[in-house]
Ligand binder design. Structure first.
Ligand SMILES: Cc1cc2nc3c(=O)[nH]c(=O)nc-3n(C[C@H](O)[C@H](O)[C@H](O)COP(=O)(O)O)c2cc1C
Length: 321
């Protein structure tokens, strides 16, 4: 058993989920400017190849670019040496905790025994943790699915994790091959919770402001909640969870959209990149509009800023005060 101490037990925290291509620094900072209710974010994964980290990822993770929301950078790796090297670089720039991705479901990742591809191999996870934990200066948490192929793979992984002083284990109760289909397997999550000696955070399908309370009622021992798609679709969600009297303020939403768009226009070059980014956001954001399919279809077809701007005006038409 390693000797590092766990964090002090924290009150129920709400985390912004890592979503590659969406919840990078631009989104996190703009979100914090307009909305409340999220206490911390985990960054989308950073691959550690030979201990190298791309300039784009360094910039996104630098503390000076993440002043508005506390951040835990996430690493995707099966290579202990590369992991240790990047983790210690992140510690040197000021991060006290990093997160290890054991959930990424994409075949390109999982076939290389990374992300959820490691879950069928608890002994590899054990070796990895045993070799990295005493070499990294920061604390470590894990984000995982139930398994790659089977929801009970996790039942052999949790006893391994229990041996290490991890700060928390975030569980998204689906398998990798399930991707995002079906519902989170709450019965299996319950088994994980009873097996785990580590703080557990629940993640998956928190979409409505009553969902967090229902999860907490059923699983009173969880130490936090993580929300991804629900926040992207409705950035007011965390505020609504804290105060059910909060209503969607369309003017605030439009201002948020405009600022996000402006920030992407400042850092990305050309309409292709900027609109590509905004279209990804609209896959979620459009869900809050009555005519969501038509709006999304129209936005997806735009290829110039002029077309995009007029689609956005049309989308918000009738909602603004
Ligand atoms: C487009 C997209 C990108 C994602 N990127 C990451 C990632 O980089 N790291 C990670 O651990 N999970 C990633 N996830 C998974 C989410 O963090 C989260 O576990 C999942 O969406 C379930 O939570 P939700 O129902 O609240 O969205 C991603 C999910 C989506 C849809």
């Amino acid at each position: 058993m390693h000797k590092k101490k766990r964090h002090l037990k924290f009150a129920m925290k709400r985390y912004l989920a890592p979503m590659r291509g969406l919840t990078e620094a631009v989104y996190r900072n703009t979100f914090s400017q307009y909305f409340k209710g999220i206490h911390m974010a985990i960054s989308p994964f950073i691959s550690t190849v030979n201990g190298k980290i791309s300039n784009r990822h360094i910039k996104d993770a630098l503390p000076q670019n993440n002043q508005s929301m506390p951040l835990i950078p996430q690493l995707l790796s099966k290579d202990p040496a590369g992991f240790v090297c990047v983790a210690n670089k992140l510690f040197d720039v000021g991060y006290l905790e990093i997160n290890w991705n054991l959930g990424c479901p994409y075949a390109m990742v999982a076939n290389k025994v990374r992300g959820c591809g490691l879950l069928p191999y608890p002994e590899m996870i054990d070796q990895f943790l045993d070799s990295v934990l005493h070499k990294i200066s920061c604390q470590l948490s894990i984000k995982m699915r139930l398994g790659r192929f089977q929801p009970d793979e996790i039942l052999s992984v949790i006893p391994v994790l229990n041996q290490y002083p991890l700060t928390m284990v975030i569980i998204h109760p689906r398998t990798g091959i399930q991707m995002y289909d079906g519902s989170p397997d709450l019965a299996q999550f319950e088994k994980c919770l009873s097996l785990s000696k580590l703080p557990v955070i629940y993640n998956g399908d928190i979409q409505h402001y009553t969902d967090q309370a229902n999860i907490c009622k059923r699983f009173p021992s969880i130490e936090g909640i993580m929300i991804g798609r629900g926040i992207l679709a409705n950035p007011f969600l965390a505020e609504m969870i804290d105060d059910p009297n909060v209503h969607k303020d369309w003017n605030r939403l439009k201002d948020f959209h405009d600022e996000l768009y402006c920030q992407y226009r400042n850092i990305l070059s050309g309409p292709g990149h900027v609109l590509g980014k905004m279209k990804e956001h609209w896959k979620y954001l459009s869900q809050g509009f009555d005519d969501c399919h038509r709006i999304l279809k129209r936005i997806q077809r735009t290829s110039s800023f002029r077309q995009y701007d007029s689609c956005v005006v049309e989308a918000f038409d009738g909602y603004l005060r």
